[in-house]
Design a protein around this ligand. Structure first.
Ligand code: ZN
Length: 138
């Protein structure tokens, strides 16, 4: 006979460990460890992001592409409303390249969060602006 349960709860084998059991804690730790590969990826993005923003800052290109506000700040806390963000022209959700500098536009936090996965054209139309800016074509 094949044993189904893996954990004891009240002296009975069960499929899931009880929430407060040691087994549950071990499973939780295992799941957290499985998430670890995402941490270096996020740190890689933060370093890349800062590099791109500093480069644009040196070239005086740290105004929001969409609303024109700025100059925004490259190296401040990301909670700061003056913090520059990078918007992916071809959105990541559509398979746009994350680390291609030609796929990145400087945007203020407000515009970037409002734009979400819209195309540049659609968002500018939404803002009521004309597309007279040079945009990388995809
Ligand atoms: Zn803006």
């Amino acid at each position: 006979m094949k044993r189904k349960g893996k954990f004891f709860k009240d002296n009975v084998l069960t499929e899931e460990p009880s929430v407060d059991s040691r087994a549950s804690l071990i499973l939780l730790k295992r799941e957290l460890r499985a998430l670890d590969p995402h941490v270096p990826e996020y740190e890689k993005w933060l370093a890349f992001r800062l590099d791109v923003l500093k480069e644009r800052e040196e070239n005086g290109e740290l105004n929001c592409f969409y609303c024109g506000c700025g100059p925004l700040l490259a190296d401040v806390d990301q909670q700061d409303p003056r913090c520059a963000t990078l918007d992916h022209v071809n959105p990541l959700a559509s398979g746009g390249p994350k680390y291609d500098r030609n796929n990145l536009l400087v945007a203020c936090k407000d515009c970037n969060s409002r734009k979400r996965d819209m195309s540049v054209q659609s968002f500018l139309e939404l803002l009521g602006l004309e597309l007279d800016k040079e945009v990388p074509l995809w």
